[in-house]
Design a protein around this ligand. Structure first.
Ligand code: PFF
Length: 467
């Protein structure tokens, strides 16, 4: 067996920032994980795939595969003290291309995430300006907004600018502080809204619909969706957690902070479901209607109709809800921008300032192009008729690049570099009681599951199979 340490400690830049403690890491990692995927995608996936059935499968995947990958990536970042390209290259130069492949992912996601960030920022302002009734017009105002390029580009830029400023303020002064403020606020607001919506008449039937499993909905498609939600929802397989792990001090437990991050993300996912599904159930009247309306439009088209029925309280609720979504989206976007910046910094030896400047230019241009995908560039339909650039980039990252990234990482750590390297790293700060289970997960279970899901979803995307 080859021996490491391959990492030459003398080349570790001395000034590398570090989180002030465990809470800072957990809040930042959970901040990255909890985002549009949690609040927007999870509730509609759960509603669509039979409520409790999806929740149980998702819970199982998060607590096994999700935690495995989180421990792996955080330990890899901390062991190598670098972002993903340098981390891979520190095991030998030939692994660098694999690192480069993974490093592309946060750049692509940040290019379209800011666009949806702009949409939710617009909704927050619109509710703040008392436009609850206009937003509830069944989608006309939403379609008009995304097709109005100056307006939607402007909101995308406002959203992105907040993350640029945060990252410019540094890891401790910006990223850590932003999460320290926004994450607790987000948790409190989630509780308040969930309690309010559950207190509405009829909500209990919706609650039952959300939690009670309907096993007839269990399918390969459900499994693919749950796995995709595990990756995207936990921000693993994207280089982000390697970057955040590289700021982790040696005395902070990798295992318990990964578990806490996962549990926080799970908790907020369930709260998001509690905020949205019972209320939608009340407004639409039946489980069938909820399932039918449980697509991506749930948040932008259906929820405003729910809010408007609540009168003035609904306007306030709409504003507070979208404030929460903006917070969630910002903390995720911050993790993407921070990762983009460190990747350039670590790999090309640029200063943080220069790296950030290049990232700002990239996101401004790429985000504008993706926004124009709904207006002047709408003829670009890479996934077929009616699809947009954003749909394509989302599919490319979530369904293709992230599973491949997770597969490559598991195979390299599990079989080529050997898990012991990272087991020792984890043990620097805590016991690792589930070490054996972790090794089995990353050597066997995760790769097999990913290959199955990847092949099935590609066959489906190209129309070879259908379900
Ligand atoms: N986890 C975020 C969400 O659920 O919205 C999205 C995300 C952020 C994915 C950062 C990947 C990533 F690297």
């Amino acid at each position: 067996m080859e021996e490491y340490p391959v990492v030459d400690v003398s080349v570790v830049p001395e000034q590398r920032a570090s989180w002030s403690g465990k809470l800072a890491f957990v809040l930042a990692a959970a901040g990255s994980a909890v985002g549009l995927g949690t609040i927007w995608r999870f509730p509609y996936l759960a509603a669509h795939y039979g409520g409790g059935t999806f929740i149980i499968v998702f819970l199982g995947l998060m607590l096994t595969l999700g935690v495995t990958l989180l421990v792996l990536e955080a330990a890899l970042g901390r062991y190598t003290q670098s972002s993903v390209i340098k981390a891979f290259a520190s095991f030998g130069r030939r692994w660098r291309p694999a690192g480069v492949f993974i490093a592309i992912i946060p750049f692509v996601i940040s290019a379209y995430y800011c666009v949806v960030g702009g949409w939710v920022t617009h909704y927050m302002f619109a509710y703040g300006a008392g436009q609850s009734a206009q937003l509830a017009d069944g989608g006309a105002s939403f379609s008009a907004f995304i097709a109005d390029s100056p307006q939607s580009v402007a909101f995308m830029l406002v959203f992105a600018a907040i993350t640029f400023i945060t990252v410019a303020l540094g890891v401790n002064g910006g990223v850590e502080r932003a999460n320290l403020i926004m994450m607790p606020a987000l948790i409190v607001i989630s509780f308040l809204i969930a309690i309010y919506t559950l207190a509405q008449p009829g909500a209990l039937a919706g609650l039952q619909y959300f939690f009670v499993p309907d096993w007839s909905k269990f399918s390969a498609e459900l499994l693919i969706a749950a796995l995709g939600q595990t990756f995207f929802g936990l921000s693993v397989a994207t280089a982000v957690m390697v970057t955040y792990g590289s700021y982790m001090k040696k005395n902070v437990s990798v295992t318990s902070s990964s578990l806490q991050t996962t549990l926080t993300t799970l908790g907020i996912s369930l709260l998001a479901g509690l905020m949205i599904i019972p209320a939608t159930f009340v407004a639409l009247g039946s489980a069938d209607a909820v399932a039918k309306n449980s697509g991506p439009s749930l948040m932008f088209l259906v929820l405003p109709q729910v809010f408007v029925k609540l009168g003035v309280a609904g306007s306030v609720l709409g504003f507070v809800f979208f404030l929460l979504v903006v917070f969630a989206a910002l903390t995720s976007m911050i993790s993407l921008v921070e990762s983009d910046v460190t990747i350039l910094q670590d790999t090309l030896g640029w200063t943080r300032r220069k790296s950030l400047l290049i990232v700002i230019i990239f996101i401004t241009l790429a985000g504008s192009v993706v926004t124009l995908g709904y207006s002047s560039l709408s003829f670009i339909q890479p996934l077929g008729k009616g699809t947009t650039l954003l749909d394509f980039l989302d599919f490319l990252t979530s369904s293709v690049m992230m599973p491949l990234a997770a597969l490559v990482t598991c195979l390299l750590v599990g079989w080529v570099w050997r898990p012991d390297v990272l087991v020792d790293e984890v043990r620097e700060s805590s016991r690792f009681r589930l070490r054996r289970a972790w090794v089995v997960m990353l050597q066997y279970v995760t790769p097999v599951l990913i290959v199955l899901v990847l092949v099935t979803s590609l066959l489906k995307a190209f129309g070879v199979i259908s379900f």
